[in-house]
Structures are given as C-alpha cells and as structure tokens.
Design a protein around this ligand. Structure first.
Ligand code: COA
Length: 394
C-alpha cells in the first residue's frame, strides 16, 4: 500500500508551472457514481496498487493526481490536512485533487481507484483478438478485428497522434467495405494511444508527385471524396469511440456517425481557416444542422475548439464519460447493443439516413472541389510550412 502511494507521489514530479496549469483541470475530479460502484474488497484494492507498479508508461500528471486523490480518500477519508501555501505547487495540486473529492465515501473512492488502475492497465494491453483472421494483417496503419458482434477499427499510429496518411485513408475505406459485409452487428472506429486522431497527416501535402502539385491536389480530392463516401453509404450502425482529442477530418465526419461516445478528455477542433483550408466530411452541411448555424460557424470558420461536454451540448457527441471509466463503460454499452437483431438495426439506420444520402454525396463533391483549389493556395502552403518549420501547434 505504502509502495503504491510512493509510486504515485514519486511520479508526481510536476514542474511548478505545469502544476498550476494542471491544477485547474483537477479542481473537481470526474467522480462517477453509478450502480456499478459495488463493494470493492480490500484485496482488490491492494491488487490494484500492485498492478499500478507494472505500468510501462507514465500515465501523466493529471491521472496521477486522480490516483493520489482516490488513494487518500479511500484510506483516510475526506481531506483533513491544512492547505499548503500557494508556492508549494506540487503539494497544493495534490491537496486540491484530494479535497475536490469532498465527502466521497471511502468505498467509492476505493472502487474508483481500482477502475482507474484497471483502465490504465487495459490501455497498455496489446489489443489482440483470438478470432481475428490472417486477412486482417493486411492493415499496416489500423488494427481491425471482430469481437462480440462488433467490428472494431483502431487507428494505429499513436506516435503520430493517429494522423491520417494516404495509406490510412485507403485502409479505413477498405475496413469499412469489409465491415459492411461481415457478420458484425455494429462497427466502431476508435484510436490507439492518447489521441483519437490529429486529422489529415500534413505530410500528405509534402509528397509532390513528378506531375506537379495540381496532380497531388486532384488525387487527394479523389481519395477524400471516396473516403467520405464510405461513411455516407455505410449500411450498419457506426459508432465513434472518441478516446482523446480529435482534430480536422476526424471531427468533421462525426456528423456521419450514428452515435459518438467521448471521454471527458477529448476535444474537438477543426482549424481549417488557420490552415488556409475549408471544411470537409460533409460538415459544411451536417454541423449547421446538428448545432445551428452560428455555433457551427464558430467551429468551422473561427477554429473554436470544443470540449467534450460542449460538443455533447451541441449534439455532435452523444454522451461523455469520465476518462477513468471510459473504456469499460463504453464497451459494456456497445456489447449490449451488439446483441440486438442485426437486420433490424441495419434497416432502421438505413431508413434514418436515406432521405439525406443524395444530398450528402453532393455536399461531399462540392467540399472536395473547393479543397482542391485550397490545397494549391498560398495560404494553405504557408500554414503547412509553418507547422513543419516553426512547429506551430494548433
Ligand atoms: N500531420 C503530421 N504529423 C502530425 C500530425 C499531423 N496532423 N499530428 C501530429 N503529428 C506528428 C508530429 O509532427 C509529431 O511528430 P514527431 O514526433 O516526428 O515530431 C508527432 O505526431 C507527435 O505530435 P506532437 O506535435 O509532438 O504532439 P503534441 O501533443 O505536442 O501536439 C497536436 C499534438 C495534434 C496538437 C499537434 O501535433 C498538431 O497541431 N498537429 C497538427 C494537427 C493538424 O493540423 N491537423 C490537420 C487539421 S485539418
């Protein structure tokens, strides 16, 4: 027990500056009190502490503060020690995290600690399905397999924040084609690592073919139109499990999904004008319909980054879950949906989408046509050069 606390405390080497910024985000911890908070035994609690020591990757200061807070609450109850001084950044961040749990009962804190550790451990496990076929090895940028009537498509370039390369566009299209025909009831798109997806891989613009940049732009427009078309035509329920921040095209196509579940750590950002570009993924049509014209304009024109809760209020996201229990709750939910009758679900989805299909294809074509022009513009080229040269973050 002491060792585990030591682990958490030792990991919490926040620099004073970062401690202050992290502090804001943990002032109220995402404590989720559901019926599943059943009695966790002392044995489970001790096992979680041991499991925590086996983590290979540093889970980050925010998570470590949560672990610390749940641990203290579970072992000592509500925070009852004096608040550290303003300049004692690290101890103040820890105190704030613990104090934000207020009167959370010890048992619930213990359960939350166990769930958080379990989600960290499972995030590190290689996702392998014993029933996956050798055919799935053809994907280099994705991990795709079917399990419990669900076809799961994982974006698998975590070291590049799952930025979508040209190869990945094609592989996602292929995976959707296969999922449309397989025996699964629902299909899920999600990401490996801490990001859901950082959008179009900006290197796609730097590989100019010998025929020139016009060829690059027209080829890219064809790839994009075909990619988005697959989402428009997808015949079964399509779910996005947004496991972290989402940028660009990974956000714009969300309007073509049937359900979008997001961790409370996710953000939604479409920085098109910053990049000299214009919306795609049918968002110029779906976003105003989903969130109203003026809210959509803030997002699509003025690069407004939405938090998960904002995106949920605006209707882009179906439901937001605390990060600590996100994976567990979402997959449990989806496992129950995937036991529903397959054909009934598919026909119901097709009926809800049919009236819009033709319109969506027309919007898709128009957006790609505009982008073909944008990608050749000086505004766009300058923005991309800035990203790679000056390392501008969006
Ligand atoms: N295209 C190309 N490379 C990308 C990328 C993208 N869209 N997003 C991330 N990467 C790469 C980074 O270049 C970096 O590569 P490196 O390790 O070889 O230097 C790696 O992924 C990790 O990203 P990094 O920038 O170090 O992580 P971060 O947490 O500091 O920032 C982002 C993450 C997403 C905010 C930042 O990478 C970014 O702004 N990416 C561009 C997003 C974008 O413009 N998308 C297109 C929208 S239309």
């Amino acid at each position: 027990m002491a060792a585990s606390l030591l682990y958490v405390t030792n990991c919490l080497r926040l620099s004073p500056f970062r401690a202050v910024s992290k502090l804001r985000s943990v002032s109220v911890l995402g404590v989720h009190t559901t019926a599943r908070h059943m009695q966790a035994s002392q044995e489970d609690f001790e096992k979680a502490q041991n499991d925590l020591k086996t983590l290979k990757k540093d889970p980050g200061n925010e998570v470590k503060l949560k672990l610390y807070a749940f641990f203290k609450q579970a072992t000592q109850g509500a925070c009852n020690v004096p608040k550290p001084g303003m300049l004692d950044f690290v101890n103040k961040a820890k105190w704030d995290a613990w104090n934000s749990l207020k009167d959370l009962p010890k048992e619930k804190a213990r359960q939350s600690y166990i769930e958080l550790v379990s989600s960290l451990i499972s995030a590190e496990l290689p996702v392998k399905d014993p029933t996956s076929t050798s055919a799935n090895k053809k994907y280099e940028t994705l991990e795709v397999f079917s399990q419990d009537n669900i076809t799961k498509i994982f974006l698998n370039r975590p070291e590049k924040k799952n930025a979508i390369t040209l190869q990945m566009y094609e592989e996602i299209g292929l995976a959707l084609d296969e999922a449309a025909k397989d025996d699964s009831v629902i299909t899920v798109l999600t990401g490996h690592g801490d990001y859901y997806c950082s959008g179009n891989d900006l290197n796609n613009f730097t590989n100019i073919p010998p025929e020139g940049k016009e060829k690059m732009a027209s080829d890219s427009a064809l790839i994009l139109e075909s990619f988005v078309g697959k989402f428009i035509d997808f015949p079964k329920p399509l779910i996005a499990v947004v496991n972290g921040p989402a940028v660009g095209i990974s956000v714009t196509i969300l309007g073509l999904f049937d359900v979008v579940y997001a961790t409370d750590r996710a953000t939604f950002h479409t920085p098109f004008s910053q990049l000299g570009q214009s919306p795609e993924g049918c968002s110029s049509y779906t976003f105003p319909r989903i969130m109203g014209l003026s809210k959509a304009s803030e997002v699509l024109l003025f690069n407004k980054k939405l938090t998960a809760h904002e995106a949920c209020q605006l209707g882009l996201v179906t439901e937001v879950f605390p990060d600590s229990t996100f994976q567990k709750e979402v997959w449990e939910r989806l496992n129950s949906y995937s036991s529903l009758p397959k054909n009934s679900l598919a026909f119901s989805k097709q009926l809800t989408r049919a009236p819009e299909k033709e319109k969506l294809h027309a919007v898709n074509r128009e957006e790609c046509e505009r982008l073909k022009e944008r990608w050749l513009s000086e505004e766009c080229m300058n923005a991309i050069i800035s990203f790679f040269q000056k390392r501008v973050k969006l």
